[in-house]
Design a protein around this ligand. Structure first.
Ligand SMILES: CC(C)(COP(=O)(O)OP(=O)(O)OC[C@H]1O[C@@H](n2cnc3c(N)ncnc32)[C@H](O)[C@@H]1OP(=O)(O)O)[C@@H](O)C(=O)NCCC(=O)NCCS
Length: 165
């Protein structure tokens, strides 16, 4: 078994469909950027994904259904006040594939990576107006811990947090 298989998870999805969560590869960039651009009004530039992947090849996980890349999560493990913590930097699922459990599967993989890295908490920022994402993160056990004024160019961020075992 090669290292990519060891680092990927495969699960039965819907009838006849298989969802795979695996590490990002450089040739995924077009699909990731396509989803990024359709998902956000201020999308990351493509080079951001390439840069983060070069810095840490484990930092981006992608979701693939029957060969189609349908989502991704970007995660970092940082040291804050001498303590390792996970930080979700980005997450998106292609519009036509939402509410099927793909976001949850990506986050579970990201949280598993954070845990393996020796951290026991995960933080993220989400736009105040992004009610769908706030509900999604709440459904995954994240709680709201505060607000950062004008974290985004035009809006506050809500800080969310989750302890992991
Ligand atoms: C947020 C996002 C990644 C969720 O992905 P997803 O694959 O649709 O989420 P899941 O299907 O795994 O949802 C899991 C649970 O989250 C909650 N949830 C997800 N989307 C929701 C919505 N639009 N409204 C209310 N609750 C929602 C539900 O409890 C859902 O379970 P259910 O479908 O059984 O009710 C997706 O909506 C997305 O890509 N949004 C645009 C990009 C974005 O905002 N990213 C977050 C930036 S901080």
């Amino acid at each position: 078994m090669d290292s990519e298989m060891l680092n990927s998870s495969v699960q039965d999805f819907w009838i006849g469909m298989v969802l795979t969560i695996r590490a990002f590869r450089p040739d995924d960039i077009r699909d990731v950027c396509r989803i990024e651009e359709e998902s956000f009004r201020d999308p990351w530039p493509c080079y951001m994904f390439t840069y983060l992947h070069m810095k840490n090849p484990e930092s981006i996980k992608v979701a693939v259904i029957d060969g189609r890349l349908v989502g991704y999560v970007v995660v970092d493990v940082e040291t804050r006040r001498g303590k390792k913590v996970g930080h979700i930097l980005n997450l998106a699922v292609e519009q036509g594939f939402r509410r099927m459990g793909i976001g949850r599967a990506l986050m579970e993989e990201a949280i598993s990576y954070v845990r393996r890295s020796g951290a026991d908490e995960v933080w993220l920022e989400v736009r105040d107006s992004n009610i769908a994402a706030r509900k999604f993160y709440s459904s995954m056990g994240f709680v709201e811990k505060g607000r950062i004024h004008r974290y985004y160019r035009d809006e506050d961020a809500i800080i969310m947090y989750k302890e992991i075992e």
